[in-house]
Design a protein around this ligand. Structure first.
Ligand SMILES: *[C@@H]1O[C@H](CO)[C@@H](O)[C@H](O)[C@H]1NC(C)=O
Ligand SMILES: *[C@@H]1O[C@H](CO)[C@@H](O)[C@H](O)[C@H]1NC(C)=O
Ligand SMILES: *[C@@H]1O[C@H](CO)[C@@H](O)[C@H](O)[C@H]1NC(C)=O
Ligand SMILES: *[C@@H]1O[C@H](CO)[C@@H](O)[C@H](O)[C@H]1NC(C)=O
Ligand SMILES: *[C@@H]1O[C@H](CO)[C@@H](O)[C@H](O)[C@H]1NC(C)=O
Length: 393
């Protein structure tokens, strides 16, 4: 779903900043303990705490009868999008089997992340109640920062009292570089935003949406408890079933358009894949391989990250069944449907998906009322260790 958007990048003056390293404020205990090294001294700023009712997600039209958990029916969000980007070509082919068939191309970490990503501060294409701030403001306000322990933070404002209907400040960043098939992406994330009104996503998108394709790797809304992985494409991609995945196929029609934007999606059964439970385990790794004939997405919670990933010598062949799979073999022409993808992280509020599903997911009051109270957004943060991009040897 998501956002597909992004149109802008091109359109807007990227006010970019590109100057890294900002240390964050003092630490604070969290209701969501981190087993990771995150917490040491100067961590970030907020206090946490908040109840997490259980609920469901709004899946796209289910293709295979069984409906996902507590699904609500609402319609899918609409959006607009498209982002022009130059087209790098993918790299070579596999070969040696030494340890890993991959070599690192880009490592977005504490020292490089904010040099390689640009802040998007145009109106939210998914109609959320947010004002995406530019880099200068994001760093000045702490909505973007690198903690002393090296953790990259992207956050929603959690201090400003608003009146219902006003937009809350948030951030959305897009990688300067774009990528094509022959690549492997490994995002190590300690914590993610979640909660009523919150709609976070880590995703990939190409130009001329939906024709350049979009893959939403980590995304959900409100109190959703499991991750949904979704693809949005032009006319040449479908998931016809028969795929072997850990995720449950919610809908196979990847073709998307404004207003018909459910996409083809997989819902993960693992509650550590999203939200509160994800954060309780200090998150984990979302990895996806993108080959000319298939895109495979994997999730590993913090305690189950394969050693080859930890060692920087990824070997996807050893990772078992993927959480989600889009492949030529089951109806999706990968090369035709996905090109020139930028990496995006954003956190919006309400809008096309979180707003439309708000009431049906057991959230209190109205979504705009929720947005008004800063106390509701103390957990609305991505805390990222790194995003690594690999190519074939
Ligand atoms: C903390 O990080 C250090 C260095 O990255 C690592 O050696 C250590 O095992 C980590 N501790 C925990 C508890 O993860
Ligand atoms: C869906 O959620 C409602 C309210 O949250 C709950 O009463 C119901 O049992 C749930 N249904 C399923 C199938 O989980
Ligand atoms: C890796 O290389 C070794 C020696 O070159 C070979 O015996 C082995 O079959 C190779 N393994 C794979 C998976 O290609
Ligand atoms: C990324 O793009 C922005 C906006 O065009 C630019 O200001 C910045 O220098 C770029 N970063 C790098 C590392 O090229
Ligand atoms: C629907 O699910 C059944 C059982 O899981 C499976 O055998 C069948 O192939 C699926 N059909 C589609 C279209 O996904």
């Amino acid at each position: 779903m998501l956002h597909t958007f992004l149109s802008v990048l091109a359109v807007i003056p990227l006010s970019v900043l590109a100057s890294p390293t900002f240390w964050g404020p003092p630490p604070c205990p969290s209701e969501e303990p981190s087993t990771q090294n995150i917490s040491t001294a100067n961590s970030f700023t907020s206090t946490f705490g908040r109840p997490f009712p259980t609920s469901s997600i709004k899946p796209p039209a289910p293709q295979n009868t069984s409906t996902p958990q507590n699904s609500s029916t609402s319609s899918s969000p609409s959006s607009t999008f498209g982002v022009p980007i130059p087209r790098p070509s993918s790299s070579g082919s596999p070969q040696s089997n030494s340890t890993s068939k991959y070599r690192i191309i880009d490592n977005y970490d504490k020292d490089t992340f904010f040099d390689g990503f640009t802040f998007f501060n145009a109106p939210d294409p998914t109609n959320g109640n947010v004002d995406f701030v530019d880099g200068d403001e994001a760093f000045a306000s702490g909505l973007a920062q690198v903690q002393n322990d090296g953790t990259i933070v992207l956050a929603v404002d959690s201090t400003t009292q608003l009146t219902p209907g006003q937009n809350r400040k948030s951030v959305r960043v897009t990688s300067n570089k774009s990528y094509n098939s022959g690549t492997l992406f490994i995002a190590d994330i300690f914590a993610m935003p979640h909660g009523c009104a919150v709609w976070p996503a880590y995703w990939m998108v190409g130009p001329n949406w939906p024709n350049g394709g979009e893959v939403d790797i980590l995304e959900g809304v409100n109190d959703q408890t499991t991750n949904q992985i979704t693809a949005h494409t032009g006319t040449n991609c479908h998931v016809n079933g028969g795929v072997q995945t850990l995720g449950k196929l919610l809908g196979g029609a990847c073709q998307s358009a404004n207003g018909v934007n459910a996409g083809c999606a997989f819902s993960l059964p693992d509650t550590s894949s999203y939200g509160h439970q994800f954060n309780l385990q200090s998150g984990g790794v979302y990895a996806h391989t993108w080959e000319p004939d298939a895109i495979k997405v994997y999730f590993f919670s913090r305690g189950a990250i394969p050693q080859d990933i930890l060692d920087g010598k990824p070997n996807p062949d050893s990772w078992g069944t993927p959480a989600a799979l889009f492949t030529d073999n089951t109806g999706c022409n990968i090369e035709d449907s996905f090109q020139d993808h930028s990496i995006v992280f954003d956190i919006t509020l309400c809008g096309d998906w979180a707003g439309s599903a708000y009431g049906s997911m057991g959230c209190p009051g109205t979504c705009q009322q929720q947005v008004a109270d800063p106390a509701n957004f103390q957990l609305a943060q991505f805390k990222i260790s790194s995003v690594k991009v690999y190519g074939h040897n």
